[in-house]
Design a protein around this ligand. Structure first.
Ligand code: ELE
Length: 206
């Protein structure tokens, strides 16, 4: 599994829920709900106290492909791998994180915001990126402009994307999936609502 390429992970479902787990849900029940709704790829942000342990539990759910988000350095990457992360998402791109991912042979989705970021990534042999923060960084017009010189690059725009804007991002040929926290809004502990939102997201077309 860890040999799966990031492009394959990005093609598994159109939306990657960005999960900030604050203890409102049992992680296994949440993962089962999301996978049952059709969202197999789950990003657990390493921002909360129990994130690593919760991620490990979610990874045990059949069909779930669980990765760690908010990975800021090599130490966090190694730690995430110890807890079963199958892919790594970072808000930015550093040589330290890229080298650690290479070393561990784990699929990496690093954040880029500019043409220079993408060129640095290309120099490291990467061609799939998170476009972050997508809306604040110029939105779809910015992505369209970047896709001109970088036609072969594939993106997962994340940051500020909502249920009602996700499909227009997905319609762009260089976009394989989008990331977003709208599937699990802060403070909303209703699993039925989460399931309905996740089903709508899973029905979107990349
Ligand atoms: O934690 C990380 O690694 C991040 O890079 C940030 C997340 O991707 C965004 O917080 C999701 O954006 P929203 O959907 O606007 O909430």
């Amino acid at each position: 599994m860890s040999r799966r390429k990031i492009g394959e992970v990005m093609r598994l479902s159109p939306v990657i829920p960005v999960l900030v787990l604050d203890g409102s849900f049992d992680p296994v029940e949440l993962a089962e709900t999301l996978v049952g709704a059709g969202l197999r790829v789950l990003e657990v942000t390493l921002r909360t106290e129990n994130a690593l342990k919760d991620m490990e539990k979610m990874a045990s759910v059949e069909g779930a492909v669980v990765g760690a988000g908010t990975v800021l350095d090599a130490v966090m990457l190694y730690e995430a791998m110890d807890y079963g992360a199958e892919f790594i998402v970072s808000p930015g791109l550093t040589e330290g994180v890229a080298r650690a991912a290479e070393d561990k042979r784990v699929p990496l989705l690093p954040g880029v915001a500019t043409a220079t970021d993408i060129m640095r990534g290309r120099d490291m042999g990467l061609d799939h990126f998170k476009f972050f923060p997508a809306e604040a960084n110029g939105g779809l017009p910015a992505l369209k402009s970047l896709a001109g010189p970088f036609g072969g690059i594939k993106f997962c725009p994340t940051g500020g994307i909502r249920e009602d804007t996700a499909q227009e991002w997905l319609d762009h040929p260089n976009v394989l999936c989008v990331g977003g926290s709208w599937i699990l809004p802060k403070g909303d502990a209703d699993l039925k609502k989460v399931a309905a939102t996740a089903r709508a997201a899973a029905a979107m077309k990349a």
